[in-house]
Design a binder for this molecule. Structure first.
Ligand SMILES: O=C(O)CCC(=O)C(=O)O
Ligand SMILES: [Fe+2]
Length: 192
């Protein structure tokens, strides 16, 4: 378990090996019947398909197993005592070989007028669902000191079942997958 506290109340928290095989297979089985779409990005508050920015598939799940959401929220409560925080959105993301997600924020300083769910984001969580791929590092670019000193290359989500939670304003990227397919459960915690 590790907690990195950054300026402006931003945090990066990780807990390795949090999810059991049973937990992970409950997620896998929910993917089987769900629809996938080519992943989109926000450009000026509008959702657009932009393969230069992002190459992956997103699976829209209606719900998550309660053992998964309970475990995630128990971890969130270690970061913030706010009783109104909850999981407001989630998806499974699949990155085939050659897939990536370039440097971005999940919430920017400007409010997203088209999708208030985005502006309501406080934390992003990522659960790594598999290990049998190469490349595909989730890298957080943590600003340590008023824009001048960046700690680049912080890679904390490495093994199947690892959970990472970070402030949604932090810049991050998923580097190119060079072999195999990378699968993650990604979601956002906020106040609705
Ligand atoms: O797949 C990941 O590890 C992160 C995905 C991501 O950054 C996002 O969906 O905003
Ligand atoms: Fe992201």
């Amino acid at each position: 378990m590790s907690l990195i506290e950054l300026p402006n109340r931003k945090v990066i928290y990780s807990n390795q090996n949090l999810f059991s095989e049973g937990d992970l297979s409950s997620i896998y089985s929910s993917i089987e019947n769900s629809l996938f779409a080519f992943s989109e990005v926000y450009d000026n508050n509008k959702k657009v398909f932009s393969p230069e920015e992002r190459k992956s598939l997103s699976y829209r799940l209606d719900s998550l197993p309660s053992q998964i959401t309970d475990t995630i929220m128990a971890e969130v409560s270690k970061l913030s005592p706010d009783p109104y925080l909850k999981i407001i959105d989630w998806q499974i993301i699949k990155y085939p070989t050659g897939g990536y997600f370039k440097l971005h924020q999940d919430k920017s300083e400007q409010p997203n007028i088209n999708n208030p769910k985005v502006s309501n984001r406080c934390f992003t969580f990522v659960v790594l669902l598999n290990n049998d791929f190469e490349g595909g590092k989730l890298v957080l670019h943590a600003e340590l000191n008023q824009g001048s000193n960046y700690c680049v290359g912080l890679s904390l989500c490495k093994n199947r079942g690892d959970l990472i939670i970070f402030s949604s304003e932090l810049f991050h990227e998923v580097q190119k997958i060079t072999k195999g397919t990378r699968l993650t459960l990604v979601g956002w915690i906020g106040i609705n």
